[in-house]
Design a protein around this ligand. Structure first.
Ligand code: PGA
Length: 255
């Protein structure tokens, strides 16, 4: 029996038009109707949030944004606020995804403002951290992850942190087909939990859920989920298809 309820997110990235997203959401609603022991969150692109929410609002599947900006409103062309996400039906938001960090140059201090804004507004951040291949090869995994956690969560109070979800996503495993082995993932998850315990409290460190992300698929989900400190997954490619995402969720639920 897992200590913490599993949370499995589907990050659709820049895939699916609203009509394609509606199609998959309808299928997931039916396929996942009996799944109660896993929190399921899908994160479609912004234009699909409202129609997908219409379909899923009376289901056990929640929706989340893939990013937000820390201002409430204003002349910030191309950005989206926490309130907009909430009003569109989101309960979650992905923050600091490696593509935001590496393709769009987001820094830890910006990610920190985003995490704070999400928590202030009652949105649950799925706060992503993870090292590049070069960093891993140079033995810097713990250093990089520690910096991302300390700076990304700086100034966050214990009372707000209980809602937080952390996603460990080694950059070299994202979209590459290469997955961290369950041992490699568990080692970093345990380290992250120790950091969270030190930053907040032992009980909070034990409570915060840590997802693994990076080429999670039906063939590796259950083994990853069987590890003590792996409390779910953030799934990219394999969440785009209703059948494979359902399979990942059901296999994980059975662990
Ligand atoms: P992937 O993406 O499952 O396609 O590797 C994971 C992610 O980016 O969250």
């Amino acid at each position: 029996m897992k200590k913490r309820k599993l949370i499995i997110g589907g990050n659709w990235k820049m895939y699916k038009t609203p009509s394609e997203a509606i199609h998959v959401a309808k299928a997931l609603k039916v396929k996942l109707i009996n799944v109660a022991n896993v929190d399921v969150v899908i994160c479609p692109p912004f234009p699909a949030l409202v129609p997908v929410n219409e379909i899923l609002k009376e289901s056990n599947i929640k929706i989340g944004g893939q990013n937000l900006y820390w201002q409430d409103e204003g002349a910030f062309t191309g950005e989206v606020s926490a309130k907009m996400l909430l009003d569109a039906g989101c309960q979650y938001v992905v923050i600091g995804h490696s593509e935001r960090r590496h393709v769009f140059g987001e820094k830890n201090n910006e990610i920190n403002q985003k995490v704070k804004k999400a928590l202030e507004n009652g949105l649950i951040p799925m706060f992503c951290v993870g090292e590049t291949l070069e960093e891993r090869q140079n033995g810097l995994t713990e250093k990089v992850v520690e910096e991302q956690i300390r700076e990304g969560l700086s100034g966050i109070e214990i009372k707000d942190a209980s809602d937080l979800v952390v996603a460990y996503e080694p950059v070299w495993a994202i979209g590459t087909g290469e997955t961290a082995t369950p041992d490699q993932a568990e080692e970093v998850h345990r380290y992250i939990r120790e950091l969270l315990s030190g930053l907040f409290s032992l009980s909070l460190g034990n409570q915060i859920r840590i997802q693994y992300g990076g080429s999670v698929k039906p063939s590796n989900a259950a083994e990853l989920m069987s590890r003590e400190n792996i409390d779910g997954a953030l799934v990219g490619g394999a969440s785009l298809d209703a059948d494979s995402f359902t399979e990942i969720i059901k296999l994980s639920a059975s662990v």
